[in-house]
Design a protein around this ligand. Structure first.
Ligand code: UTP
Length: 226
């Protein structure tokens, strides 16, 4: 059975509107396919993470402290998705190895962040490595990678296929804004070293997300690591 790790952004999971409705539908979709592919999920922190990190900063907290509260938010989101999947853990797995040892066909395990210094995209690549996963699906707020920012450049074109080297060039070019980049540079590096493909899809579109997880054609971007 194929193994797939989904990195789901907090902005997808809890944008602040109809959150329980979306998380419920997401959990139903995942439950429908959990016997087709072995699934592990890493949740981002979204607005909650930014809100808490900002308060920590105002209180004089350094980047490490801001990351710590950000990780707390990612774990809260992971608990919500776990609950929707039928299990409310007292605590979610705290490192990729712990998730990997709990993962098996038919059982969806969900976690958030690990330690300060990176984002949950990087964690998803670490989990994919620990599991020996076939691909990482990045469920994000954009529907694909573009040649330029489509919000400011009407000539920006959607990229359907690229190599991991192309993605590496993009994320390192954007390094100044690395954390809000299309995929965390550390995650790209881990995926490249371990030859794990990355699919970038619009996470609120559950048909598209499902297609990416089970290995059907997608409308988003396929990043080939082989
Ligand atoms: P996210 O993974 O949600 O960060 O983790 P992000 O990519 O900045 O958020 P989106 O995609 O725009 O919603 C939230 C924050 O938690 C900390 C980081 O500060 C990160 O910005 N974090 C998360 C860690 O320090 N380590 C982790 O393993 C995960």
């Amino acid at each position: 059975m194929e193994k797939v790790v989904v990195s789901i952004g907090g902005s997808i999971l809890v944008p602040g509107e109809n959150d329980s409705d979306f998380i419920g539908k997401l959990a139903s979709m995942l439950s429908e396919i959990k016997n087709e592919v072995q699934i592990a999920i890493v949740c981002g922190g979204g607005k909650t993470a930014r809100y808490y990190a900002n308060i920590a900063k105002e209180l004089g907290g350094d980047t490490y402290s801001q990351d710590i509260v950000g990780i707390g938010a990612t774990r809260l989101n992971a608990q919500l998705l776990s609950l929707a999947l039928g299990e409310m853990p007292d605590k979610v797995p705290e490192d990729p190895e712990e998730l990997a040892s709990n993962s098996k066909p038919g059982r969806i395990v969900v976690m958030g962040g690990t330690v300060p210094g990176h984002t949950t995209d990087a964690v998803s690549a670490m989990v994919a490595k620990a599991l020996g996963a076939d691909r990482i699906v990045n469920a994000t707020s954009v529907d694909a990678v573009y040649t330029d920012d489509p919000r400011t450049n009407p000539d920006a074109e959607k990229i359907l296929d690229m190599t991991i080297q192309d993605l590496e060039n993009i994320v390192y070019k954007e390094h100044g804004a690395s954390r809000s980049s299309v995929f965390d540079p550390l995650g790209v590096q881990i995926a490249k070293e371990n030859r794990i493909d990355i699919l970038i899809v619009e996470g609120r579109n559950l048909d598209e997300l499902r297609n990416a997880i089970v290995g059907n054609d997608i409308k988003g971007t396929f990043v080939n690591s082989h």
